[in-house]
Design a binder for this molecule. Structure first.
Ligand SMILES: Cc1ncc(COP(=O)(O)O)c(C=O)c1O
Length: 358
């Protein structure tokens, strides 16, 4: 008899790893929305220095990093929480709040982690389809809220479609939401949004007890490999998530690196400017090839293959060492999601795509 896995967990499908194929040359890894840029040299140094102290556990409260985040974003330290990636905070929200019979509402396609929040707790996932132009349908999401709803998640910009919800619309949505429903706004890509006040939703966290804004060091800060995310959240939520998780979940090296990364604002700004330039270039080239893309405010594009065979394109790119994410794995067949890499990688991607389109 094999060991028995709890039914809720056994039912969760395994997220397919992006295929790397047997390609001899350098891979262009454009499948996971990571930063192509290595950390700032001072961050690399902080990582090395912290490495000399890992015989000790980290500060369980992550105080130094939380203080820096609070100061940067003009929030109280009590309202800043850390996670082993922002994923840990999302999973913690589910663990702390959801039970069988409860409902969690989110858009679809959206971040692949959200279905897990329901699956692992036995709650019901209410997936509200995006609009035809790949945006959140806020009126439909509001209509999906009922007395069983415990959590609503808005992904902004949305992964995988890269579209952005105007902050004013989220403010109105939050105002109309019942106070006993938690609104999580997942802002993993917020730094890549042009023409928006990026911290605009933080006053909602202060004014209301049911709003959480999650962010990450994995994207613009280029620290995906260290797993460190954060959230602005009401104290009650933070305490519930923290009591349920393992102690010391954000490791010592990650805390040190993230704190140092915050000291290099110019570097972050430069990364964003470079990403915008690559974004404009990729979008223009792809549209010139005759393919439609969703309006992107992120570090990736969502490309409609116009009825072409998704497998043929994804496999054809992979055989040339260009790894992108197939739409089917993300909830929409006939699309690919491509993250922006270094300019040469983006050129390789566009040239290979052009070749495959014929
Ligand atoms: C929308 C969204 N939220 C959260 C995350 C995860 O971030 P972290 O690496 O901080 O767990 C991702 C990663 O791809 C994401 O796309």
């Amino acid at each position: 008899m094999p060991i028995k896995i709890n039914e809720a967990i056994a039912a969760i499908p395994v997220y397919p790893a992006a295929s790397t194929y047997a390609f001899g040359g350098p891979l262009a890894k454009l499948a996971s929305n990571e930063s192509p840029y290595a950390p700032h040299p001072a961050v690399a140094e902080a990582i090395a220095a912290a490495g000399r102290n890992v015989n000790r556990y980290p500060d369980p409260a992550g105080t130094a990093l939380r203080e820096k985040l609070a100061a940067k974003h003009d929030m109280a330290v009590e309202q800043v929480m850390l996670g082993n990636g922002s994923c840990e905070i999302l999973l913690g929200a589910a663990q702390a709040m959801l039970e069988p019979g409860d409902e969690i509402v989110y858009a679809w396609p959206s971040f692949s982690m959200y279905p897990h929040l329901a699956a692992m707790t036995g709650a019901t996932a209410v997936e509200v389809p995006l609009t035809a132009d790949h945006r959140h349908d806020l009126p439909a999401m509001a209509a999906a809220v009922n007395s069983n709803t415990r959590i609503v998640v808005l992904c902004n910009p949305n992964n995988p479609t890269a579209t952005f919800i105007d902050h004013a619309d989220i403010e109105a949505f939050a105002r109309d939401l019942p106070n006993d429903v938690l609104l999580i706004v997942d802002e993993a890509y917020i730094e890549f949004v042009k023409d928006a006040v990026r911290d605009r939703l933080l006053p909602l966290v202060i004014d209301k007890d049911n709003v959480v804004v999650t962010r990450t060091f994995a994207k613009v800060y280029g620290l995906a490999g260290l797993r460190v995310g954060y959230a602005f959240a009401p104290l009650r939520f933070r305490q519930a998530v923290e009591v349920a998780r393992q102690p010391f979940s954000v490791n010592l090296v990650a805390q040190a690196a993230a704190a140092e990364a915050l000291a290099h604002v110019d570097d972050v700004t430069q990364r964003v400017l470079t990403t915008w330039a690559e974004r404009d270039w990729v979008e223009t080239e792809v549209r010139t090839l005759g393919l439609a893309t969703a309006d992107t405010e992120a570090n990736f594009s969502w490309i409609d293959l116009g009825g072409r065979d998704e497998d043929a394109i994804v496999d054809g790119l992979a055989k040339q060492g260009i790894i992108v994410r197939a739409g089917r794995a993300l909830g929409a067949e006939g699309f690919i999601r491509v993250s922006y890499g270094h300019h040469e990688e983006n050129e390789r991607f566009v040239a290979a795509l052009a070749g495959l389109l014929g």
